[in-house]
Design a binder for this molecule. Sequence first.
Ligand SMILES: [Zn+2]
Length: 249
Amino acid sequence: MKNDSLVPVQLWEGDNKNLVEKTIAFLQLNFCINKSIDNFSECYCNNCRKLKSFSHSSVLWLKPQKSYSVDLIEQIFEKIQFNLDKDQKFFFVLEKAHLLTAATANKILKILEEPPVGYNFILLTNNIKIILPTIKSRSLIKQFPKAEFEIDFEEYPLLKYFIEKQKLNDPITFESDLKKLELNETDSLEILNILFNYFSKKQILCDKNETKEYALNVVNFIKKQILIPPQSGSSNLFWKNVYLNFPQK
Ligand SMILES: [Zn+2]
């Protein structure tokens, strides 16, 4: 990890929550005051505390909403006008870099090609395939594979309703979450696929017969849903039906 820190543009792929943790640990490696520490998650020195709360003055952490806006990207340009002192380091973290639009990605290409001395970029994504090739070619790519059953609930908030048992009895919160998410047909298929993979693995890997049987029920149920996916504009209705008819344990 120490050598990698010399590469100024890095593109990390994995699930968002894991990447955020990895990024904080990586930044701690650069900024922690406590030289003797083995486990950074236990360090609460002044710098580590600020890094963990995303408030360190040498890090600009960008978290896009639905996609990267020009205003958000503009913060990078405002910062890099200033030369850093010798040996000073500054990090830009671009969370969910797959949400860079063509316009915003093109805007930062030049700086990614040759970042001013001391400036570093860490781009995080859950899907490297949809990152512009021009960005990929400028980056050191690192992949953090998902743990077997790990689901990124932050990235896909709807999943918790189907995976956490008790959530199947909360239709009101479900409906209000569903409204906020504004899912389209592509999102819906992606979520169905994640559910399908999750329960398929569970069915194969779990030892308990009861769990296996339930997982198989769910797999069959989801197969049916994938065959009749939502049409344009009908995703909310589709998910309400899935929720109501989802197999109960
Ligand atoms: Zn520390």
